[in-house]
Write a protein that binds this ligand. Sequence first.
Ligand code: KIV
Ligand code: ZN
Length: 549
Amino acid sequence: MKRTTSSKAKGPSGPRKRTATATASVIESAKPATDDRDSIVIFDTTLRDGEQSPGASMNLEEKLSIAKVLEEMGVDVIEAGFAIASKGDFEAITEIAKVIKDSIVCSLARASAKDIDRAASALAAAKRKRIHTFISTSPLHMKHKLQMEPDAVHQAVIDSVSHARNLCDDVEWSPEDGTRSDHDFLCRTVESAIKAGARTINIPDTVGYTMPDEFAALITMLRNRVPNIDKAVLSVHCHNDLGLAVANSLAAVKAGARQIECTINGLGERAGNAAMEEIVMAIRTRNDLMPYRSRIRTEHIMRASRLVSAVTGFQVQPNKAIVGANAFAHESGIHQDGMLKHAGTYEIMTPESVGLMRSTLVMGKHSGRHAFKSKLSELGYELGDNALNDAFNRFKDLADKKKDVYDEDLIALVDDAVSRRNERIRLTALKLTCGTGVRPRAEVTMAVDGEESSATAEGDGPVDAVFKGIGKIFPHSAKLQLFQIQAVTQGTDAQAEVTVRLEENGRTVNGQGADTDTMVASAHAYINALNKLLVKREKTAPAALYAQR
Ligand code: KIV
Ligand code: ZN
């Protein structure tokens, strides 16, 4: 493991001490924010925009577990899905609405009565609910995508927001492609949306095109020109096509926005959305310059990041800010020396503040259930009894095969279990013959919806033979787009973590599997991807969702 901070290393977890050169105005703005006007509403759209990223699909149970973690983290609004998109989305919003009590549960809806009705019925059981309706307002989108005149779009805004307000008190409205919209038209639609009852006006940078200063000026322009703007909370929703989603969101906050839409790990359409962990840690760490506060309990960040990564099969790049494996690692001797003398030399926030705990328990073959449970909890996992038993049995198997069980092994083991829970297709057994002078051959046994069958296949290599065997039992037309193996730890007894990407009719899914046996891990990853494909097959193609009629 690369994290090499010592127990002496106690960096600041909140705002840092200002240097002697800090100006009076900076010192003034560093006062703790106690006023509601300084509260930032965190709107998480991992389960909606995040799930729209190619390859990221989640089943009901996975969405529920993410929603619970988001609520525990203190997320204000959870956008649980797009109710009309599929039966699966509708069910997920319905179930999340039943169990989430503290956060507001939200569904997206286009500007049509049918969409809005579907969103309202999915949200029926929610203690606190919101309908988020949107329509494009940029000349490009209106002309080519919607094929509607601006006046008709303006009327659709009034009709859709009024309809949503008849069904739900809390309505959010978004002008899609807001940053490329004509300012006069944007002001006109925002004013009408507020008049029709929208309480939150969200300005999306749908294609990630804007720059921080430009976006701040747009927010200022709306605040100056829309007469009833004080009746709504201004929100922003930034995409990361130019890598500016977080910078743009923060610039907008400085200009008066008070809700930020974001996702865990920056998941989302194309290059993704603004990453929640970066936003909240930037506000927390640079509170001298950003004197705002959110309700997010940042110690839950790592747990949420790992869960989202495990469920979607999207691995976090090692150098990703806040949650990457190297974010708190210090490789160079000079840095390590500095860290030992004072953590603040190279760390601007503590690992603990994002939920990275320094290891206190070493796990091995003789570790008991209680120690195992404490270790998981230290790593940010709280499992129910069944899941804990299952994970403990798998840990025992692993400890039999592997002398040292590292934190990374346990994370891979639990993530693997999470991603395979409730799968319709399961691997029951795998036997392989391969080596020099023999044609690789796999004997695969799988259960599909509880019914077990076996197949034998030969291939150009052992992986090919395994995947062909799986294809014999579960025939499909998906094409393999990516096959990647990574060792979880060092050493020849390390677990292999395999990622498989499949594509079928324009839909992509990522599957993951981990095991000390690379072929078993590969089979699990392939089957995990097939299970995700089953979920994704039920979804309407994203392009169709965005066309208005
Ligand atoms: O990016 C976007 O414009 C959206 C809207 C639906 C808010 O996701
Ligand atoms: Zn978006």
